[in-house]
Design a protein around this ligand. Structure first.
Ligand code: ZN
Length: 332
């Protein structure tokens, strides 16, 4: 079995005069503290090849959460596997800049489950880089690789797929139509393990961390100001010394960075995937500008007491669907 795959890969490698990287790369997410050299070493890839595959020029700059393409050809020690043809009725779609998967499913009139079923090896639903190629399926189902034609029956049984349905959907009329490494479409089979994995990834990616640590001096909600007056506090207050760095609670794009006329003093607002916004108020100094994308944990401002404030602290708000919610419910 392993030998067979090796044999096929070797034959492919010898017939491909100029190997194409179309689809021939792995997507990996950069973890905290990893350098480009370490990643290249781990996959036995030349650093230049990784830079080239990611249009990085001569830069070595990567950040946690970045998705990098690692060319297969290099990663597998020179053996290049051609991207297999998609099953009949499938189309291809290349992600354009800023295009989210929700726009892709809307455009083709399919469900997210169908898209995941056709692309069960996606590393993330929200952080795919521009240029990633997706298969667009004709209907709901699961795409699997047939590594060994003699294991077809076991593969179908494992997924609970009906042989006649699969044969029809893939244009298979005889065993001679089966090839090792071909993609098979299993109509109606749910990509449950991929959906579960991607849901866990999304939960991890959509998590908020504390923007600064200190003492919680005011909670979200109605607060009594004495003398019979009260107001609604739209965030939480964390007291910390002036100049303490404030970090982005989650990755996103800066939508406001400057003086607020509404009492927030120096304010930074960051918009996150899905549309939620985090607000950071009363800063003594702002370290980012509008339009800049920031990673979770990146310094965006310094603690201060600007605007309507009685002492150095961060006033932190979280807006979901345009409404301020209790940040404490989301902070980890
Ligand atoms: Zn406050």
């Amino acid at each position: 079995m392993r030998f067979l795959r090796f044999l096929i890969a070797s034959v492919l490698a010898s017939t491909l005069a100029s190997p194409t990287l179309a689809g021939g790369y792995a997507l990996i997410t950069v973890r905290n503290g990893e350098s480009l050299g370490e990643i290249a070493g781990r996959y036995r890839v030349d650093v230049d090849a990784v830079r080239h595959a990611n249009d990085m020029g001569s830069s070595n700059l990567i950040r946690p959460g970045d998705v990098l393409r690692v060319p297969f050809g290099e990663a597998m020690g020179g053996i290049v596997e051609a991207a297999p043809d998609p099953p009949p009725g499938f189309r291809r779609h290349v992600l354009s800049s800023g295009e989210h998967l929700s726009a892709v499913v809307a455009r083709y009139g399919i469900t997210m489950a169908a898209l995941v079923g056709a692309n069960p090896d996606l590393s993330s639903l929200d952080r795919l880089p521009t240029g990633v190629e997706l298969l667009i399926p004709p209907s709901e189902g699961l795409v699997v690789t047939l590594y060994d034609p003699s294991e077809l029956a076991a593969l179908l049984a494992h997924h609970g797929a009906d042989a006649a349905t699969v044969a029809r959907a893939n244009g298979i009329r005889s065993p001679f139509d089966l090839r090792a490494g071909m993609l098979l479409f299993l109509p109606g089979i749910e990509p449950s393990s991929s959906l579960e994995r991607l849901a866990r990834v999304r939960e991890e990616e959509n998590r908020y961390v504390w923007p600064v640590h200190g003492r919680l001096t005011s909670y979200f909600g109605r607060r009594n100001l004495g003398m019979g007056t009260s107001n609604f506090h739209r965030g939480i207050d964390v007291a910390a010394p002036t100049g303490t760095p404030i970090i982005a609670a989650r990755a996103g794009t800066v939508t406001f960075a400057g003086w607020s006329t509404r009492g927030y003093g120096y304010l930074v607002r960051v918009r996150h995937a899905g549309g939620a916004e985090s607000w950071y108020a009363h800063a003594s100094r702002i370290l980012v500008s509008v339009g800049q994308s920031v990673q979770q944990g990146e310094r965006i401002a310094l603690i201060g007491s600007t605007g309507l404030s009685t002492g150095p602290h961060l006033h932190f708000e979280l807006h979901v669907g345009g409404t301020a919610i209790d940040p404490l419910a989301e902070l980890r």
